[in-house]
Design a protein around this ligand. Structure first.
Ligand SMILES: [Zn+2]
Length: 104
C-alpha cells in the first residue's frame, strides 16, 4: 500500500461509512452550466444536522460546505474537501471526476 496521509484515509472512510450510509443527499438547486456562477447545491443531512455543499459545475474551484470542519481545517490539510463534500462527489455522477483533486 502506498503511504497515504492519515487525514485522507479518515476522511474518505467517514464520507463513505457515515455520510453516504446514514445521511440524505438531495439536490437543492442547479444553475445552468452556461452561467458563470454554475454552482450545484446539495443538502446533506442526518436526522439532526444539515449542511449545504456547493459544487462548481465547471470545476473552477473546490467544493464548499457549511460544516464547522470545513472552516477549521485548512486547505493544505483537506484541500477543501470535508466528508460531506466527498460524499456528494461520490454520490453525484456528474461531479464524481472532481474527486481527483483530493487524491493527487
Ligand atoms: Zn462538510
Amino acid at each position: 500500500m502506498p503511504n497515504r496521509p492519515k487525514w485522507l484515509e479518515d476522511r474518505m472512510r467517514r464520507a463513505v461509512r457515515q455520510v453516504l450510509k446514514t445521511y440524505k443527499i438531495e439536490a437543492v438547486s442547479r444553475t445552468p452550466v452556461a452561467q458563470t456562477t454554475g454552482i450545484a447545491t446539495y443538502s446533506v443531512h442526518s436526522g439532526r444536522k444539515a449542511y449545504e455543499v456547493g459544487v462548481s459545475d465547471a470545476w473552477q474551484h473546490a467544493p464548499t460546505c457549511t460544516c464547522p470542519d470545513m472552516k477549521r481545517v485548512g486547505d493544505d490539510q483537506c484541500r477543501g474537501f470535508c466528508k460531506h463534500a466527498i460524499a456528494v462527489l461520490l454520490h453525484e455522477s456528474d461531479h464524481r471526476h472532481q474527486l481527483i483533486d483530493l487524491l493527487f
